[in-house]
Design a protein around this ligand. Sequence first.
Ligand SMILES: [Zn+2]
Length: 133
Amino acid sequence: MEHRGHCHCGAIGFVFTTAILPAEWAVRRCQCAFCTAHAALSVSDPSGTLRLTHRDPERLVRYQFALRTADFLLCSACGVYIAAVSRDGTRGIINTRTLAGSPALPDPQPMTYDGETESARLARRNERWTPIA
Ligand SMILES: [Zn+2]
């Protein structure tokens, strides 16, 4: 099933394809300052695909912080954070807050990744994040 999401003004977006029903997604609430500031909720499926579908790519801002192992994709016009992509561009996660139609999702599980080494972080994402189509 395809799940579309986009920023508030519609300039940047994604299509997340997964065989898992939204009611069974593992929703993660990362506790880092960035995700907290955006009230972001993350979902990925290593067996699914993530395709970026920017209507106005000039508005795409890639933000990095901390270990700089991922690009957080934000809209320069409306400020919304839609998704993150690994530094090598192969895997990503979506911010479920930006999904069209606001599907009903399970309660998020709080996650803390503080203290994770860079190699542990990359290994975790290789296992858990969604391949970029
Ligand atoms: Zn926007």
